[in-house]
Ligand binder design. Structure first.
Ligand code: 3HC
Length: 686
């Protein structure tokens, strides 16, 4: 069966694409489309054309796997021009997602019809690009400049109804798409002149009269776009549609597209697109392993973590039984969940009815025995091995056979926890990130004995609750938190040697992270893991905790906070640091930003390489997914492993060697990192 086929329906030529999984516009599709349009042009018996796709979606865009390879003719910009210049009316019949190049084909068609649940968008910006086949020039002409700006610069799609309202879709189709699209083509087959998007100027008038709207848009989105190249390029391309004739605008678009394409950000974002999709694939499982059925979930602990975890399942329509030890804590926990839902509803992201539905699926209880009929139980109590083992021992006696027993531990040994049950095959780590109802990452910790179907269930469940899951092995801190350890250790040491919290944090925010190590410590709680003895002050952190500086919750941590939680450098902290310098006989010195990078970011890369070496991550891309979704690593830098490659592994190894003495006696260079650097290979390909 060929990728593109044509068929006649009376005097209508139907060009149909069958290129699973998403009808990406690869070379065969492009050739087929051109051949189809030529057939229509050639044959007097053809009066109009319908372009339609089989399978789950209309063309979801250019074929991203072709990027970076030699270009093959005809290129997409040529194809869309051929479509627009067809001498017969062309109707694009849209279902699924008309994305990127797909929407550009639709825009080049003379008419667009769509089923109501179709989505239309230009997500190129998320790949570090802009719509490069006339999209930035045709979209504002068809949908209006404001809509085009919003769609192109954010990459967010719109639904068919909204597309209809702004003129992007001419007709919404209820019922059989092909049949109605053919009927629509019959209606318009004799209508002339053909409405060409590239010739429409009327919707540009508003922006021509108000050129300030581009700067307003930039200003309104400055925070969201910070650090990214592509949004600004998208704005400029749309602006060109307004300021210049179409023929000039497409040249600008091409130039801007090529500039982005050759940059590191686009490579990073495209790398990440595939990294994210690869993460769900588990190595070494027997083929055809099917998941267990999860209809009811139990959560132990109604604190911040337990509550957030529960909300994920409730929002996905899965009933949750939540257990606490004291009625008061249970009430407080469920109260917070309700408040969080209500806050979401107040923002218009949920209806009051949906809040009621979600909370209606929650069963609060004080009895662990009530978890007997749950298919999955997630323990989310505080980090103490003895407590966890006791709970898992009890669960072993309570839960039905086949139930999955999961721990939300962020550091502890899942194998040891599993050993406190008689069914270690059913035990797995499910490490959610705080706030658990918001953060997309889920580390699925594969124990020594975790059964294949338990893993498959966890990965599938993650999708159901809209998380991105990454498999991690049993190692202290798994992937993400293990890499945090050298970073935090070095950041503290840098304070002692002469840096300030603000200096270190600024290196991170300049890098594109949402916050630096000290801002993060203040947010999470400086007291996490503290021994709770104010009389025992062995390091700067102990001193802060003893001084009641536990972070944002106390309005004091590494920074002072005002009532709006705005941080300011703290003289008290500076004094504590100085006391320690005196105590340890450290003479403070000027610390360069480069040293901060070498000692905190290069060490993280080194730790990531050791995680790979130890087999605690399946692949380097998984580490990058963890850091982007779990810790706000800027996606335009592709994650720590990808970034290491762009920085140059030789430079990283050299930097670490230069710092070796300062990194302390426990620091070890990863042999994998060194060997890759010496061989001139990339780390992100492992
Ligand atoms: N090119 C190549 N492969 C693609 C692709 C594309 N544009 N879009 C998706 N795929 C692949 C995925 O890698 C995945 O492969 P795998 O099964 O081997 O892992 C498979 O198709 C299915 O994708 P998803 O797992 O993402 O499936 P979903 O059903 O969850 O989502 C989708 C479908 C909404 C279409 C989503 O895949 C998506 O958003 N795709 C990207 C769309 C996009 O960015 N389009 C713009 C491309 S750039 C462009 O068009 C440039 C032009 O302006 C010149």
């Amino acid at each position: 069966m060929s990728t593109i086929s044509t068929a006649r329906h009376g005097d209508i030529l139907i060009i149909s694409s069958n290129n699973p999984p998403v009808n990406a516009l690869g070379i065969a599709v492009r050739e087929g489309l051109v051949a189809g349009i030529e057939e229509a042009d050639r044959d007097d018996a053809v009066k109009a054309v319908v372009i339609i796709c089989e399978g789950q979606t209309f063309f979801a865009g250019a074929d991203i796997t072709e990027f970076g390879k030699p270009m093959q003719m005809p290129m997409l910009p040529m194809v869309v021009d051929i479509v627009e210049n067809c001498t017969k009316p062309v109707v694009a019949a849209i279902h699924g997602t008309a994305f990127g190049g797909g929407l550009e084909v639709a825009l080049a068609s003379h008419y667009r019809v769509a089923v109501p649940n179709a989505k239309l968008g230009v997500p190129e910006v998320k790949l570090g690009l802009l719509p490069g086949a006339g999209g930035t020039q045709r979209l504002p002409r068809v949908a209006g400049v404001r809509k085009a700006l919003e769609m192109a610069a954010t990459g967010n799609p719109i639904g068919a109804k909204e597309a209809y309202d702004c003129g992007l879709v001419d007709k919404l189709i209820e019922g059989d798409l092909l049949q109605h699209a053919v009927a629509y083509a019959e209606e318009v087959k004799d209508s002339r002149p053909l409405p060409k998007s590239s010739e429409r100027d009327q919707k540009l008038e508003e922006a021509r009269a108000n050129p300030g709207l581009f700067d307003e848009f930039r200003a309104a989105n400055a925070r969201k776009f910070r650090g990214f190249d592509a949004p600004e390029y998208n704005v400029r391309a749309v602006q060109a549609a307004v300021d210049k004739p179409y023929a000039q605008g497409v040249l600008d678009e091409r130039r801007l597209f090529m500039e982005l394409m050759s940059g590191t950000q686009a490579k990073a974002q495209q790398y990440f697109f595939f990294a994210e999709r690869k993460a769900s694939k588990i190595e070494g499982l027997p083929e055809g392993t099917s998941p267990r059925d999860i209809r009811k979930v139990g959560v132990i602990g109604a604190g911040t973590m337990g509550g957030g975890i529960s909300m994920n399942f409730l929002s996905a329509g899965i009933p949750v039984t939540i257990v606490e030890m004291q009625q008061e804590a249970l009430d407080r926990g469920t109260g917070v969940m309700l408040k969080n839902y209500q806050a979401t509803a107040a923002k218009g992201k949920m209806s009051a009815e949906q809040v009621g539905q979600a909370m209606g699926l929650l069963t609060p209880t004080l009895k662990l025995e009530d978890l007997a009929d749950c298919d999955l139980v997630i323990e989310a109590v505080f980090e103490n091995m003895d407590v966890k083992k006791e709970i898992f021992g009890k669960l072993d006696g309570i839960c039905k056979p086949g139930a999955i027993l999961a721990s939300n531990t962020s550091y502890l040994d899942v194998d040891e926890i599993a050993a406190s049950t008689s069914r270690p095959r059913d035990v797995v780590g499910l490490h959610f990130f705080s706030p658990a109802n918001v953060m997309k990452l889920l580390e699925v910790v594969r124990g020594r004995e975790t059964a294949p179907d338990v893993l498959v269930t966890a990965m599938q469940l993650a999708k159901r609750i809209k998380k991105v899951a990454v498999v991690a092995g049993v190692t202290y801190g798994f992937i993400g938190n293990r890499m945090l350890i050298p970073r935090q250790t070095q950041a503290m040491q840098l304070l002692l040697e002469g840096a300030t919290p603000a200096q270190v944090d600024k290196v991170y925010t300049d890098f594109g992270m949402p916050m630096g190590p000290f801002q993060m410590a203040d947010l999470a709680g400086v007291d996490i893991g503290w021994h709770r003895d104010p009389g025992r002050v062995e390091n700067i952190r102990d001193a802060l905790c003893a001084a009641d500086r536990w972070g944002q919750k106390k309005s004091a941590g590494f920074y002072d906070y005002d009532e709006k939680r705005r941080p300011a450098p703290s003289p008290a902290v500076q004094e504590i640091i100085e006391q320690f310098r005196v105590k340890e006989g450290v003479q403070p010195r000027e610390i360069s930003d480069q040293e901060i990078i070498e000692r905190t970011l290069y060490t993280m890369v080194n730790e990531g390489a050791m995680i790979l070496e130890g087999g605690f991550a399946q692949r380097a891309t998984d580490i990058d997914v963890v850091w982007i979704y779990g810790y706000g690593w800027p996606v335009y830098r592709g994650g720590p492993m990808f970034w290491a490659d762009t920085e140059g592994l030789k430079k990283i190894v050299e930097g670490l060697r230069n710092q070796q003495e300062r990194l302390g006696p426990d620091f070890k260079l990863s042999p994998l990192l060194v060997s890759k650097a010496e061989a001139g290979e990339k780390l992100s390909k492992v």
